[in-house]
Design a protein around this ligand. Sequence first.
Ligand code: URA
Length: 240
Amino acid sequence: MERLDKILSSQGVCSRKEIKELLKNKKIKINGAFAAKSDMKINPEHDIIEIDGVVLPYRKFLYIMMNKPSGVLSASRDKNTPTVIDLIPDNLRRRNLFPAGRLDKDTTGLLIITDDGNFAHDMLSPKKHVYKLYEAELDGDFNDAKKNILESGITLSDGTVFKPAKIHSDFNNNPRIVHIEICEGKFHQVKRMFEYVGLSVINLKRLRIGMLNLDKNLAPGECRLLTDEELTLIFNGHSD
Ligand code: URA
C-alpha cells in the first residue's frame, strides 16, 4: 500500500501540489469513489484510479527519452556540475531514476532515463546486441581503409578490444561526418575508435538505440515519457 500522492507523482501525472487541487475539486476517484485525502493509502496494482473520468494505467517503471545537451553529466547527482537528472521536470521525477548508460559530458542526443534496473542492464549488455547509432563529426576525412579497420574490430595497445562496428555514412559525400553503430558502451568508445584510425571526434551525437530514434521535436535538454510501442523498438530490429 502506498500514499495516493506518491503514486500519482511517480506516474508523471502531476505534482503533489496539483494533486491537492484535483482532490479539492473532486477530480480523483479510487474504485469509483471520490478521494478526499492525498495521504490515503491504496494498492496501485489493484485499485482503479480515475482522474477526471479517465482511468490511469499504472506503470511500475518510468522510461524517459531525453535529448541530452552538451555540458551536463550522465549521472544521477554531482556536487559541481548539472546532471541529466537535474533536467527532469517535477512531474516526471522519481527517486530512483538513473541514466541507462553514459554519454560523455560533451556528447548530445538520445539518452534513456529509467528506474528499471533490469531493462537498463539488457539495453546495455553487448550480449543483447542492441546497437547504438552515433553521428560523429571528425577533424579529418574518413575513407574506405579506415572503414574496413573499424568494421573488422580493434585491439588497442592496452589490450582493450572493440567489437566490429557498422559504418553507414556515405562518407564519399561528406568524409567528415560518419554514422557509426556499436553494441558496446566502453569508456569513450567511439572517440577511441576514431582515434585508432588517426581522427579526432569534434562533435558526437547519439541518434538511435535499437530501432528507437531520437524524437526530432525534443529540443536539447527536453525529455518525455516513452510510449509502450517505442519501448519495444529498443529491443527490435538489430541487424545481425
Ligand atoms: N562513445 C564516446 O566516445 N562517447 C560517448 O559519449 C558515447 C560513445
